[in-house]
Design a protein around this ligand. Structure first.
Ligand code: URA
Length: 424
């Protein structure tokens, strides 16, 4: 069935409900290049302003999946379970979590992305490891899941091509922040990837996509429903991203912190979230293993080393270190009362860890070490933050925004829960 694109746009502009046929047609015709970018951007804006019903979101997601291939992971020989985070600052959880869950008997098919804006991307972090390759063919991906139970790589071109095209368009037309479009974008890729279960880490707060808890909750509910409708066991945790996760923000520094977690140490918040997500993932596929045991016994670290080697990396190679360092110190005695995740993310970006356009290179060694986090005491002169760059010229602009990230007070702030809710 064929439609005029302008009629589909008008229907959504006038707050109508699109029919299944209209949705199937517009997504397929846009992917083929028969609906123009300006028409799809008008439709995306109408969706952002007027929303979609649950039925429309489900159909839109199905149409995006149908625009490409769907991987078959049934030959992997272990239950498959993935995790997706909506992104944040210092969010390196995929790095310790993937080998940890693999060490507990599951297969973790992680198709990951790169950072854009103030948030970091898993693939950029992994590329701090000498030799690590992030492009696998579908056959290599499936074989690695079968042999070692873990793979972290970029999504192939055949997976949800409608999303790749639409996401790039939304990025430049102010239409990224539409919950129906975010939910269908994330879930179409995860469902097409072929995982049997999915745990979502939906973040809220200054460093997250969704600043408000209510928006994050609606996004989480929408994605959980989409997963279930497609036969994927899906659970979401709502987690705090007002403050960066852990003490490291950047690529090589986050790999280093992930290794600390796999070795049984690491910052408390990173450990807590890694274990909570691991338990959810194992529960979702009915595996009765204790992730804490997998860390204590060294099996999780062995699994990490196997993953790095399988993708061409050298787990023993030293990580790159940036030589240009500046610090931010406390002006008075007291407590750190706030550490704004967005500002820390922007500072890391200015140090060279982020990119302005998708094709830009990143500095793998640039980053920030957080010596103090909210609730911790400081004395005048103590280092709160350490900024590292390859290029000294990048330090002043990063310092300016990083200074604004920190607030001090005479008393410690109220504790914020890291995991606010679970939605299933
Ligand atoms: N991540 C995605 O993959 N898609 C979105 O729309 C937003 C975040």
């Amino acid at each position: 069935m064929s439609f005029a694109a302008v009629d589909v746009i008008r229907a959504k502009r006038d707050k109508g409900v699109l029919s299944d046929e209209q949705i199937d047609w517009v997504v397929a015709a846009y992917t083929r290049g028969e609906v123009a970018d300006e028409q799809m951007s008008a439709l995306a804006m109408a969706i952002l302003l007027n929303g979609m019903t649950p039925g429309e979101i489900a159909r839109w997601t199905a149409a995006m999946i149908a625009s490409g291939e769907r991987l078959d992971l049934s030959k992997v020989g272990r239950p498959t379970v993935d995790k997706h985070s909506t992104g944040g600052v210092g969010d390196k959880i995929t790095l310790p979590l993937t080998p940890l869950v693999a060490a507990c008997g599951a297969a973790v098919p992680q198709l990951s992305g790169r950072g854009l804006g103030h948030t970091g991307g898993t693939l950029d972090k992994l590329e701090a490891i000498r030799g690590f390759g992030t492009r696998l063919s579908n056959e290599e991906f499936t074989e690695q899941l079968r042999s070692i139970g873990a793979a972290i790589c970029a999504a192939g071109d055949g997976l949800a091509p409608a999303d790749r095209k639409l996401y790039a368009l939304r990025d430049v037309t102010g239409t990224v922040e539409a919950i129906p479009l975010i939910a269908s974008s994330i879930m179409s890729k995860k469902i097409a990837e072929g995982t049997s279960a999915l745990i979502l880490d939906v973040k809220f707060g200054s460093g997250a996509f969704m600043r408000e808890v209510a928006d994050a909750r609606e996004l989480a509910r929408t994605m959980v429903e989409l997963g279930k409708a497609h036969g994927v066991t899906t659970v979401a945790l709502l987690t705090d991203m007002e403050v960066p996760l852990g003490r490291a923000v950047g690529h090589s520094v986050e790999v280093e912190e992930s290794l600390e977690v796999l070795a049984g140490g690491g910052p408390q918040d990173v450990v807590t979230l890694t274990l909570a997500l691991a338990r959810e993932m194992l529960d979702a596929v009915g595996l009765d293993a204790d992730p804490q045991d997998a860390i204590a016994s060294g099996r999780a670290m062995d699994s990490w080393r196997a993953l790095v080697r399988a993708q061409g990396g050298d787990p023993d190679a030293p990580l790159p270190v940036a030589n240009e360092v500046e610090t931010i110190t406390a002006a008075a005695d007291g407590f750190v009362s706030g550490l704004d995740a967005y500002a820390v993310g922007v500072a890391a970006w200015r140090l060279g860890a982020g990119r302005a356009r998708k094709e830009d290179p990143v500095s793998t060694s640039a980053g920030i070490i957080l010596h103090r986090k909210p609730g911790e005491p400081v004395h005048a002169g103590d280092v709160i933050m350490e900024l590292r760059a390859e290029d000294a010229a990048k330090l002043p602009a990063a310092l300016e925004v990083a200074r604004g990230a920190v607030t001090l007070a005479e008393a410690p702030p109220a504790k914020r829960p890291l995991i606010l809710d679970r939605i299933s």
